[in-house]
Design a protein around this ligand. Sequence first.
Ligand code: HAM
Length: 423
Amino acid sequence: MPPKYKAPRGTQDVLPQESRRWQGLEAAFREVCRRYAYQEIRTPLFEETELFSRGVGEGTELVHKQMYTFQDQGGRSLTLRAEGTAPVVRAYLEHNLGAVGGTQKLYYICPIFRYERPQAGRYRQHHQLGVEAIGSPRPEIDAEVIALFHDFLGEIKLEGAVTHLSSIGCPACRPALSEALRAFFAPHIGEMCEFCQARYESNPLRILDCKVPEDVELRAGAPSALDHLCEGCREHFGGVRAALDALHIPYEVDPTIVRGLDYYSRTAFEVIHPGLGAKDVLMGGGRYDGLAEMLGGPSTPGIGFGSGVERLLLLMEGSLVAGWEPAPRLDVYIAAASVEARQPAALLAAELRRAGVSVGLDFTNRSLKAQMREAARLGARFAALLGEDELRANTVTLRDMESGEQESVPRAELGARLRDRSS
Ligand code: HAM
């Protein structure tokens, strides 16, 4: 009979075999963040809905169609974390993290919820690893954030990714760009989807981000933000490029980048990989100098990125992150040869575990033979057999699971022996 319940559409279970790959990837990311002096931040799984509608923008696809919004018993409108940046900036403002001065460099690895059409590499619950560097307007920090991800890809030995870089300008450059876009799209208003017809008036930049196929066609040859940068943004973009060049980080200038969230200004980037579908991006990010103010705080520059963990793992196929233990090995499996030996076996397991040894034990009254099979399945380095003779002599019969060699070891010496030999 098929199971009655399944994981909700667009979500997945990470089973033990797979969770080791997650742990490896997360450990590699934490390690690279440590080298770059980023510290971990953890924000709640849900936030006030307004945080996203304000921060990310009412006109965006994310806020408009993809949020998991609900009312709690107290009548508050809450939304499952729809992206990572607005919550981090909210926490930064709430806890006055800027008080210490300088740049706050934060990282996170967390689930994100978006009501999307599920397919390979696109889920309703996905996970992002990301960083946010808050407090510096300098182009060098933009380069550092991009370099951090570049180093992370090196750390996990993922090749073939290409960094696309652009600047989408600031509020000062927007009017000229909006005008140019309106002029470009004016002959086609009637052909655009109803949302884009509204966007034409409110924020024509968003038309560039529409997923409706007809609208995608319409925008071929549309003017780009890069051609309409104000003096300050042009200089900043030049600074980012120079800083990346100085660090020998490869990138391509790509004026077609339109980030899907309203808080972006100036630097915008995406990392793409041929192993993903054409629409799917491996990592996306940029500068959000206006976000803190939009959320009611003082003007505070910031930049960061988010990258989908599932997409990273998809590209790495079955491989384990380099240097990560392929299978956690059990130090010893204690096999009880009789019913009488079960309780002493449990006591021995407890003693060994307190001494730092990993121990497997049977809980289903299986035969000695079945217990030995289980020991092999779990990859135990040793099996410790406990029967009548051993109980009497206060020993165990220790079997090396690889060589099959057996010897009698006094119980008192077992912990030290296992710690020595399993290391
Ligand atoms: P985003 O481009 O919406 O940016 O998402 C970042 C990354 O998350 C994407 O490049 C992709 O790898 C992954 N991703 C997004 N949606 C899905 C999905 N449905 N299934 C699987 N993976 C997905 C942000 O969220 C910004 N907060 C990034 C940022 C941080 N900007 C500045 N700081």
